[in-house]
Design a protein. Structure first.
Length: 199
C-alpha cells in the first residue's frame, strides 16, 4: 500500500484532530517538531527557551485548530505560530542582555540533529568548521530579530520566498528586500571573522 502525499497525510491527521483524536495531533507534532525547535533555537539562542517556545507553539496550534481552515499548509501555519512565539519571547527578554556564555554554548546545543563525524576531515578542518558555525551563530544573535528570522527561514531551513511570505504574512517583495538587507547586516557582523571564511 502506497504512502499518501504529505499534504494529504496532514489533512487526514487534521481531520482526526478535529474529531478529538489526540494521537493524530501527536503525529502532526512529530512531523514538524524538529524544524519548529530549530527555528526557535536560532531565534532565541538558548536550548531551554527554545524548547519552551516550541512547546508553547504546539499548544497554541492545538488550541487554534478549530479556526484553521487550511488556506495554507499546516507546516506554514505552524511556522507562523512558532515565529510569533519566538518573537514574543524575544520581546519579553529584550531588556536583559544575552550572556556570552549562552552564545558559546549554542554551538553545542546544535539547532539540528547531531552531525555524523566525517572521518575524511582532518582535525583542524573540523575545528575550523565548528569555529565558522560559532561565528555565524554569534553574528545571527547580534542581528535585529526580523532579519534573523528571514535568514533562518530562507538560508538555513530552505523555505521559498512564497512560503516565508505566507508564514510572516508579508508581501513576497518585502521578504526579498528584507533578506537582502539581512544578508548585508550578517556580512557586516562577520567582518571581524573574515579569515575564517577565507575572505
Amino acid at each position: 500500500m502506497s504512502t499518501p502525499p504529505p499534504r494529504l497525510q496532514e489533512q487526514c491527521l487534521l481531520d482526526r484532530c478535529r474529531e478529538g483524536d489526540l494521537e493524530a495531533f501527536d503525529e502532526l507534532v512529530a512531523l514538524h517538531q524538529d524544524r519548529v525547535f530549530s527555528l526557535c533555537l536560532y531565534m532565541l539562542h538558548d536550548h531551554d527557551a527554545a524548547a519552551d517556545a516550541a512547546q508553547d507553539a504546539f499548544v497554541r496550534a492545538f488550541r487554534g485548530l478549530p479556526k484553521f481552515q487550511g488556506q495554507c499548509a499546516f507546516g506554514t501555519w505552524m511556522h507562523r505560530i512558532a515565529a510569533n512565539v519566538a518573537l514574543d519571547a524575544l520581546q519579553k527578554r529584550k531588556r536583559t542582555p544575552l550572556p556570552h556564555s549562552s552564545l558559546a554554548r549554542d554551538d553545542e546545543d546544535a539547532a539540528s540533529a547531531p552531525e555524523t563525524p566525517d572521518h575524511r576531515e582532518a582535525p583542524h578542518e573540523t575545528a575550523d568548521r565548528h569555529e565558522r558555525r560559532r561565528a555565524i551563530r554569534c553574528a545571527l544573535a547580534a542581528l535585529p530579530e526580523h532579519y534573523r528570522l528571514v535568514l533562518v527561514l530562507f538560508d538555513i531551513q530552505g523555505h521559498s520566498y512564497e512560503e516565508i511570505a505566507e508564514q510572516l504574512e508579508l508581501p513576497a517583495g518585502t521578504v526579498k528586500s528584507r533578506l537582502n538587507r539581512a544578508r548585508g547586516a550578517l556580512r557586516a557582523a562577520l567582518e571581524g571573522d573574515r579569515e575564517l571564511f577565507g575572505v
